[in-house]
Design a protein around this ligand. Structure first.
Ligand SMILES: [Fe+2]
Length: 347
């Protein structure tokens, strides 16, 4: 029976012993009660050191529904490490293993309409290149599937996204992780990763010709302000446009040595401000659909003054129950009420 800190309490956990008021021992919550967001809020105001729950593990497991399974991430990490080393040693890439990995991620994404990206955990900057490559791959595939790309196209997009920054393996580690702004010379060196990625993939990977082009074009921007060739919208491949948005979103929401992460909603807002000038409108609209800044169990305050609990969330619906305000107890799909916005998230 686990003892946890009140900050670890999650909706769905069941109390294993009653919660009492400190001054007189009055029972505030009985044992066997299932925690909901309001109970959790109350518990957190009591300044308790710990609480006893029955099902810590099970509740944790339910949450994995909303993210790519950890074993897939570990598999991806190991394949990417091998690939990076092969390229550094001038060997050819084992393309079959990469294709297999992308298909595993694809099976997961296409097989479960409830997959959404829920970014509450901040990415650590250790292993940034590896986790960034996997995140950009997953995000690109979610965007691509939302835009109704076929399975073959998604496979090519996924491989391109996984390898988009491969040219960075030839950049000096100190420069890659330099705190603070790069000077003009350093920035020029950094920009070369698009070209070296393109050349490396062309030489060392037996794959679709599109894959090296995604490495080459992922920093190009719609208005021609990107690099390395200042291409404008018509000349940028649609897959590179998807990777560009996934890349910048993950970079903004990740902790780096030189940068504090911003919240997913702030990142989306910033990207929207640069759309359609720099990013493709359809791609950004799709990103907005697949990123949910809250998850099952979150408590939200809405613009109609209702306080609601999120019962379930997917790409297609956000089922909420009103827990305070007008029509208490009402359940509806927030995504079908575009006139109502989320004012703030309570927990
Ligand atoms: Fe890049």
């Amino acid at each position: 029976m686990p003892k946890i800190s009140p900050t670890e309490a999650k909706p769905g956990m069941i109390l294993a012993s009653p919660i009492r008021r400190a001054k007189d021992g009055l029972v505030l919550l009985q044992e066997n009660i299932q925690l909901n967001p309001l109970f959790i809020q109350k518990i957190r105001t009591l300044n308790l050191e710990s609480i006893w729950v029955q099902n810590y593990q099970n509740v944790d497991n339910e949450d994995t529904l909303q993210s790519i399974k950890s074993e897939t991430r570990i598999y991806a990490d190991s394949i990417l490490r091998t690939t990076f080393h092969q390229l550094k040693d001038n060997q050819n890439i084992e393309t079959e293993r990469i294709r297999d990995l992308v298909n595993k991620i694809l099976d997961y994404i296409l097989g479960d309409s409830y997959v959404v990206i829920n970014i509450h955990k901040i990415n650590s900057y250790d292993n940034y290149t590896f986790s960034h490559s996997v995140h950009v791959c997953v995000l690109s595939l979610l965007i691509g599937s939302f835009m109704d790309l076929g399975r073959n196209d998604l496979e090519i997009l996924g491989i391109g996204a996984l390898l988009h920054d491969i040219g960075k393996i030839f950049i000096d580690f100190q420069l890659l992780n330099k705190p603070g702004k790069l000077n003009a010379h350093e920035y020029e060196q950094m920009k070369i990763h698009t070209q070296t990625g393109y050349e490396t993939l062309k030489k060392r990977a037996r794959m679709s010709f599109l894959i090296p082009h995604m490495a080459l074009q992922h920093h190009e921007r719609e208005d021609g302000s990107g690099y390395p060739r200042s291409l404008t919208s018509k000349r940028i491949h649609p897959f590179a446009k998807i990777i560009a948005v996934a890349d910048v979103f993950d970079a903004m929401t990740s902790a780096r040595v030189y940068q504090k992460p911003v919240s997913p909603s702030a990142a989306i807002q910033e990207i929207c401000e640069d759309t359609p000038l720099k990013y493709n409108q359809d791609v950004v609209c799709s990103l907005k659909q697949i990123i949910t800044p809250y998850s099952r169990g979150s408590v939200l305050v809405l613009s109609n003054r209702q306080t609601v609990e999120v019962l379930s969330i997917s790409r297609y619906q956000c089922l909420i129950r009103v827990i305070a305000g007008l029509n208490e107890g009402e359940i509806y799909n927030l995504f079908q009420k575009p006139e109502i916005s989320v004012v703030r998230m309570v927990c």
